[in-house]
Design a protein around this ligand. Structure first.
Ligand code: CA
Length: 461
């Protein structure tokens, strides 16, 4: 099986394909051969915009990604270093078909296969999913009138908002996250308003065994309003409700009904100066108790007009954690986020205050270099750290059993290079070094600094 997979990979490496593709492949331009906006010559034009009948077209595409990962002291050497000095090989394959019927309908479907070899602690759902239907949805497009467009999307689908801090398809891990439900997008030149109701997918590692998780659901309204006269920025008010049948936090657990009221203001148009500010408040109930939590995030960046075009970036998060033994829960629920701190640090930004300094540069047009430093503190001593999407990751109790009074989690250094080869092949190398701060030393026996190397090659066609 392994040999077949590797042979399949090298055969496909020899096939030239497309580039400039979207991370969620359903957002690709499937009118490629009509409009040719991607300006890519492919030896496989027969896979794109195939005319099945009049006004009825089929496009096929996909992705192969191979990763090699190496850990020293994964998770600050928790679990007795089982995975030290092991190289983990992660492979994933995706194949999608986009079928458009006239101007009003399309069906998009994608199958997905992910494998891991080499870890001593294998079969993690973020690494393995042998074969499953990752997405299948139906789109209906219509014009409400001359200026207003409406899309209704029903089925299993990826979604992402606001840089993925609340909902994301989570690309860094070997498997990706999708949701099942219905979403509408109402667009005109003044705003876009999305409304959705979703169940997250509950993943299992075997063949065609993934199902919607009916114990958890969420619905919401997310608006995007361009403010052309104010730095060409965008305003995004959003309102969400999330229900979890059994939400688990360090100090409370139970049936949770949680509302999120948020406002994001950002300018991310690649001009020299950009910013992104997001503030959210959460209320609701868990068991018989009330919830009050908040999240403040800010980011500014500036691109210098000097050789290599470096962009300097400064970001911060201030996210509430549970404060004390009062009945109210103050832990912010990040819902279904991306891996904000990368693969090396499987924690989500809640009960966190951090500062991030980064620099990106392009020594040549196809090469992107990135260096970042994260300085991460715990916000409340009464609460621990949480893993994606929202599980228990690191205790609030010290080795001696009392609440830990330390709050410095770590400093993480992140070096990354990405090379885009012939538009459709991407090569990447990441190195992370994570210190063990006094909170980690205080709560985990024999904790050690973590090193992590990840290299990948990705082909998309
Ligand atoms: Ca499965």
């Amino acid at each position: 099986m392994k040999n077949i997979r590797i042979a399949f990979f090298f055969i496909l490496l020899n096939i030239s394909a497309f580039g400039q593709v979207q991370n969620s492949r359903f957002a690709d331009n499937f009118d490629l051969l009509k409009k040719d906006t991607l300006k890519i010559n492919t030896p496989l034009p027969e896979l794109k915009s195939m005319a099945i009948a009049s006004d009825c077209k089929l496009s096929i595409g996909g992705e192969i990604r191979e990763q090699f990962q190496y850990y020293a002291n994964e998770n600050w050497a928790a679990n007795g270093n089982l995975n030290n000095n092991k190289v983990s090989v992660l492979q994933r394959y995706a194949l999608h078909a986009n079928f458009t019927l006239g101007k009003h309908f399309r069906i998009y479907s994608e199958i997905f296969s992910a494998f891991e070899d080499g870890r001593k602690t294998p079969n993690r759902i973020i690494d393995e999913n042998k074969l499953d239907l990752h997405q299948v949805f139906f789109d209906f497009y219509t014009k409400l009138n001359e200026n207003n467009d409406l899309i209704i999307r029903i089925g299993r689908q990826e979604m992402a908002y606001a840089q993925g801090k609340l909902f994301h398809y989570r690309d860094a891990t070997n498997t990706r996250q999708a949701y099942e439900g219905i979403k509408t997008e109402w667009k005109n030149k003044h705003f876009q308003i999305d409304a959705f109701y979703m169940n997250p997918l509950l993943y299992k590692t075997n063949v065609f065994d993934d199902k919607a998780n009916y114990d958890n659901h969420f619905y919401g309204i997310w608006a995007k309003i361009p403010l052309k006269n104010i730095f060409s920025s965008n305003l995004e008010p959003y309102l969400l409700n999330s229900y979890k049948k059994n939400a688990v936090f360090y100090n409370q657990s139970g049936k949770q009904n949680r509302y999120t009221f948020g406002l994001r203001w950002h300018k991310t148009d690649a001009q020299p100066f950009n910013f992104d500010i997001d503030a959210a408040v959460q209320t609701g109930t868990i068991g018989d108790n009330s919830i009050f939590a908040y999240n403040l995030q800010g980011e500014i960046s500036y691109k210098l007009a000097i050789p290599w075009n470096p962009t300097l970036r400064l970001a911060t998060e201030f996210v509430s954690g549970d404060r004390s033994s009062t009945n109210q829960l103050e832990t912010f629920d990040v819902l279904y986020p991306l891996n904000y701190y990368g693969l090396v640090l499987p924690i989500v930004p809640t009960n966190i205050k951090d500062i991030v300094f980064g620099i990106n540069a392009q020594p040549m047009p196809k090469l992107d270099l990135k260096a970042q430093v994260f300085y991460i503190m715990r916000n409340s001593n009464s609460d621990g750290l949480y893993s994606p999407p929202m599980g228990l990751a690191h205790t609030n109790k010290s080795i001696t059993g009392s609440l830990s009074d330390k709050d410095y989690v770590c400093t993480m250094y992140w070096l990354q290079g990405t090379y885009n080869f012939r538009k459709y092949i991407q090569l990447g190398l990441t190195y992370n070094y994570v210190t063990n701060g006094n909170y980690i030393e205080n709560t985990q026996m024999d904790s050690k600094e973590t090193h992590f190397i990840n290299t990948f090659v990705r082909l998309r066609f």
